[in-house]
Ligand binder design. Structure first.
Ligand code: WT7
Length: 646
């Protein structure tokens, strides 16, 4: 049985949710009156332009709608309404990798976003409902651009700056985006890199929808500009007025799309709403991080991921907090960089990924001791399971044994936290995300909705709709229904299945056991095996390929490829070629770590690749599964031998 850590008493006393009795009281309220709970929250938290007339509409399930006919604008929630009391408060503290800082107050943010919104409207003719792709480094202008879209009702789709030109192109086309906003480049590991040329390559083929490119100058490198298509933000922004009325948006109007990988086919454009999303972003900031008026909050994610959307931009700003945005990598100039920033900026809540914790533990275990980290109150992790070793280091060395760790389980599709400790209430156990947040009905069940016995793996489902849930997959509502509501039922009704496995322990604590589908989590980045395999298959030497996750000390999982070749190419050379292809078509995050040449892949008689077996081998585990259903059971013995180098 794992050790239990009680919340710090002093912290609990001032926390919003102070103990498990209060937690239970809230969950009872939710159970007694589900809609009433959300109604109260939405009325209390959101500054509506016009009230809604119904909380939840289930008539077109699973296309659930929330806060029907309400009108709001997310930028009013995040900026406008704070001007009265927080005009000169720092909204964003940005730190460049070179140590330079920019502090943007709520008033300055308001003006910046207004100018940017006017630029989008007046210069580029962007209207409500138009899609705008952002391909940006970690600079304040990325946040300004997101908020400028929100101000005028345009739908932003941020594409992570590590994705390749091809991946960017596919996303521009899928969203039918009119405009791309990018930067000349930025800094990483002390050296400048360029982004704009990648946009140029992306637009070379098949992006007719995209009429203009807006370039923010960050590092002032020489870049090519195409007359008429490309425009420099720094020049144009000055001409725009700093006043702009927010577009009244319906609760259900889309706020943004964010592409994520699924187990099959191309990436999915996850569509989020305006009201439900912002409500949940704010609610979780308040209760999971327990952020207070004078706190400084830091989430180390990139704005290109959902964590960056909800916990760098929308969540902190919605509650009027101060959010930190850091441009660079954690190891520059050394592995003490983040701890140094925590000391200098007196950070109160710190939120990062287990992979970063493992890395900093490994390469800089002595670093935290050099800094004063006493300002910290809450530590968070997200993106993948955290191993008890990394958890203990984080708890003791970073948190000084006095900060709760909130191990937050959620997904791009859920918009915000779903299962997480509450720092002032929940006794925590290393490696467990503990309990669903009040309002969230998360259950571990089988396909038919039967609860899974304690200690056994089951399917992690959310059995009631929640406000910040994915609304649809952009342009593919059928795929939305099939991907999320096709696998599990409760009381005969389809329920949301996360794709994750999980289990309860004897105290009802939830531990996430990882994906049950063909999605791999590398350094907290979600990758679809099918997508990578499609790319690899383009190499002329490759006859067949199957990619699985292999446990990795730092990255959590790494990519392991089993390849059947048509030629007698050597493994090392093939791996190099394959990785070049992957970098070109997806991006460096999807590079394979290892490759094994095999005579064939294990298949069922109907031709389906038995990935489970390949995963077992990659984990260096013994095969205990029944292999008699294989078309050729000898294949798996051969692969096992090759893997062991026999
Ligand atoms: C997948 C979602 C949520 C923002 C970042 C990733 C895994 C997420 C945890 C956690 C164990 C976790 C799940 C999930 N995951 N948080 N605390 N413990 N696993 O968002 O790219 O949509 O990935 O990340 O497998 O399904 P994402």
């Amino acid at each position: 049985m794992s050790e239990v850590f009680e919340p710090n008493r002093e912290f609990s006393r001032q926390a919003r949710i102070k103990n498990m009795c209060e937690y239970k009281e809230l969950t009872h309220q939710v159970n007694d009156d589900y809609e009433g709970y959300w109604d109260k929250l939405a009325k209390e938290k959101i500054d509506w332009f016009e009230p809604y007339d119904k909380v939840l509409d289930e008539s077109d399930a699973p296309f659930y709608k929330w806060f029907i006919n309400g009108k709001l604008n997310v930028t009013h929630q995040c900026i406008g309404r704070h001007l009265k009391n927080r005009k000169n408060k720092a909204a964003i503290i940005w730190e460049g990798e070179d140590g330079s800082r920019r502090i943007i107050t709520y008033l300055l943010l308001y003006y910046r976003v207004n100018r940017f919104a006017n630029l989008l409207k007046n210069r580029f003719g962007i209207k409500k409902g138009d899609r705008v792709v952002l391909y940006m480094p970690m600079i304040p202008e990325a946040a300004f651009a997101m908020l400028a879209c929100a101000k005028i009702g345009a739908i932003h789709s941020v594409v992570f700056g590590g994705f390749s030109a091809e991946a960017l192109r596919d996303r521009i086309i899928d969203a039918d985006a009119k405009l791309v906003i990018t930067a000349d480049g930025a800094y990483r590991r002390g050296t400048p890199y360029l982004l704009k040329p990648i946009v140029d390559t992306a637009l070379e083929s098949g992006c007719e929808c995209c009429e203009n490119v807006l370039v923010v100058k960050r590092n002032f490198e020489d870049i090519d500009m195409i007359e008429g298509r490309d425009h420099i933000y720094n020049d144009l922004i000055k001409n725009e007025s700093q006043h702009c009325d927010p577009e009244p948006m319906d609760s259900e109007d889309p706020l943004f799309l964010l592409y994520t990988s699924g187990s099959t086919g191309k990436p999915k454009g996850v569509q989020h709403s305006s009201a439900g999303y912002i409500l949940w972003a704010q609610y979780t900031m308040e209760n999971v991080f327990d952020v207070k008026e004078n706190d400084t909050f830091w989430c180390t994610a990139d704005v290109g991921w959902i964590t960056g959307h909800t916990y760098i931009v929308y969540g902190p700003l919605a509650m009027g907090a101060t959010t930190i945005m850091y441009e660079g990598v954690p190891l520059y100039p050394d592995a003490g960089r983040w701890w140094n920033m925590i000391e200098e900026l007196r950070v109160n809540q710190f939120y990062t990924a287990p992979t970063a914790i493992r890395l900093l533990h490994k390469v800089g275990a002595d670093q935290p001791g050099k800094y004063d980290l006493s300002s910290l109150k809450v530590l968070g992790t997200v993106g993948e399971p955290i191993n008890p070793d990394a958890w203990m280091w984080y708890y003791n060395e970073i948190g000084g044994g006095k900060c709760s760790i909130v191990d937050t389980w959620w997904q791009t599709e859920t918009g915000g936290h779903m299962i997480s400790p509450l720092p002032g209430a929940t006794p925590i156990k290393p490696g467990s995300a503990t309990f669903p947040l009040p309002g969230i009905k998360a259950e571990i069940i089988d396909e038919e909705g039967n609860p899974t016995p304690v200690g056994e793996k089951g399917l992690l489902c959310i059995t009631k709709p929640w406000p910040s849930m994915i609304r649809t997959i952009w342009g593919d509502p059928q795929r939305f229904v099939k991907s999320y509501f096709g696998d599990c039922k409760k009381d005969g009704k389809p329920v949301y299945f996360s794709g994750d496995g999980a289990m309860y322990d004897e105290d009802g604590y939830i531990t996430i056991t990882g994906r049950t589908d063909d999605v791999i989590n590398v350094s907290g980045h979600r990758l679809g095996t099918a997508e990578i395999e499609n790319v690899v298959a383009h190499n002329d030497n490759v006859a067949e390929v199957a990619i699985v996750g292999k446990p990795d000390d730092i990255k959590g999982e790494s990519l392991f490829a089993y390849v059947v070749t048509k030629t007698d190419i050597e493994a090392d050379l093939l791996k190099k070629e394959i990785n070049q292809l992957i970098v070109k078509d997806i991006g460096p995050i999807a590079k394979i770590d290892a490759l094994l040449l095999v005579p064939g892949l294990p298949k069922t008689r109907s031709g389906k690749i038995m990935r489970r077996l390949l995963r077992t081998i990659a984990k260096s585990e013994d095969i205990t599964q029944d292999i008699s259903t294989l078309e050729d059971p000898s294949i798996i013995i051969k692969i096992e031998k090759l893997f062991k180098g026999e």
